[in-house]
Design a protein around this ligand. Structure first.
Ligand SMILES: Cc1ncc(COP(=O)(O)O)c(C=O)c1O
Length: 385
């Protein structure tokens, strides 16, 4: 009977990140740097709002696109923080995490045979959805441009089948961000073309060094073709609450909300009440986390450089993506040997497309104590190979 399972579903794989995390669970003494979720608790005022919603029996469906007050709070948040301008009544959808936001976006815009240009290496959440839609992922290799998707790279991949270009900055897995002029170059290339831009900004609150987050949707001509994806998983340490958002022009949102309705009806009501609190009284909840992440990033980056591992200094998110090319093994072999010999788990770069081969991803969403021990072990490991 298994041959009757939809061929596209048979063709997709469990993500490499989950595979390695599942494997690590069998090594009881391993230190793991694999997970991409904040190690901080959800701020107490948000938890209290969730509890209050339960006590007040707020346990029924909300409007499909999400509670109006949450859509208003989300639109106000991105306006204040990033200068994005969206009408909460017609241009915002509350989703079950950014993951579902990506799903409804891609399902709304792709046809079988549509090509989607993606920066590689990249978070593995896009490719399977594109394939389930019958679309074709087209990776642009960013390893020669400091992991940034440039206008030239996009131009080299554009065809008459290109339906969308994905930007994911700050990036998972590289932590790189795009500056205004880099985004302006891309906007100049794309603004008159018949295609969409999907801008995954889930790490927008985790940009360091005073740089500030820039969204391509705020550049002239781009708002009308851009779907911005965001959410509370990383900014407010709320991965398990499952709250994400799409911000997109009304002509698109009206179609996306249909896919969303038949997919989940609405995001969880309790989580939506908590999210209202997060986005009204917790505007700067990410700040203390950010301060801690910056310390960890600097420490990790310094240690990797001192061990002779080539690595870009990330300006955002919670990852470092050093090269392991000098050690003569594939990223999977490197990760497996590191786990077996030193009991440290990292994610092999090939989990982030073929362009991640030759790298590993280290998450620093862990305490300094764990990071210090893990880096001591990594140092011992690389000094032997
Ligand atoms: C780039 C990127 N997009 C989307 C997601 C999904 O986030 P959520 O927990 O909101 O579904 C993640 C999660 O790690 C991510 O790294």
């Amino acid at each position: 009977m298994e041959q009757l399972v939809n061929a596209s579903v048979q063709g997709i794989q469990i993500s490499g990140i989950r595979k390695i995390s599942n494997l690590v669970a069998t090594y009881k003494d391993a230190l793991t740097l694999t997970i991409g979720q904040p190690d901080f608790p959800t701020p107490a005022h948000i938890i209290a709002a969730g509890k209050r919603a339960l006590d007040e029996n707020r346990t029924v469906y909300t409007p499909n696109a999400g509670m109006p007050e949450l859509r208003r709070a989300a639109a106000a948040f991105v306006r204040t923080k990033y200068g994005q301008d969206y009408n909460p009544d017609t241009e915002v959808i509350v989703t079950a995490g950014a993951s579902q936001a990506l799903d409804i976006t891609l399902r709304t815009i792709l046809e079988p045979g549509s090509e989607v240009i993606l920066p590689g290496p990249l978070y593995p959440g896009y490719e399977p959805i594109i394939r389930l839609c019958g679309g074709i992922p087209v990776y642009a290799d960013t390893t020669g441009t400091g992991f940034k998707l440039t206008a030239e790279l996009i131009r080299s991949k554009l065809t008459d089948k290109t339906r969308a270009v994905v930007l994911c900055y700050p990036s998972n897995p590289t932590g790189r961000v795009m500056d205004a002029s880099e985004l302006a170059d891309i906007a100049a290339l794309l603004q008159d073309r018949q295609l969409f831009v999907i801008s995954d900004e889930i790490y927008s609150e985790l940009v360091y060094d005073g740089l500030g987050h820039r969204s391509i949707a705020t550049i002239g001509g781009m708002r009308d073709k851009t779907i911005v994806i965001n959410g509370l998983s990383k900014s407010h340490a709320m991965t398990g609450w499952r709250i994400g958002f799409t911000f997109a022009p009304a002509y698109l949102t009206q179609h996306m909300v249909k896919v969303h309705q038949y997919n989940v009806t609405c995001a969880t009501s309790i989580s939506q009440y908590a999210a209202v609190e997060a986005l009204t009284n917790g505007l700067d909840d990410a700040e203390p986390m950010k301060a801690e992440y910056v310390k960890r990033r600097d420490y990790m980056h310094g240690r990797l450089v001192a061990m002779g591992m080539p690595v870009e200094k990330p300006e955002g998110a919670i990852y470092l993506f050093p090269s392991i090319q000098a050690y003569g093994s594939s990223s999977m072999e490197f990760a497996m040997k590191l786990l077996e010999q030193e009991r440290v788990a990292v994610v092999p770069g090939d989990a982030f497309s073929v362009h991640g081969e030759g790298y590993v991803r280290l998450s620093y969403a862990y305490s300094m104590d764990v990071l210090t021990q893990a880096l001591d072990r990594l140092e011992r490991f690389v000094s032997k190979v």
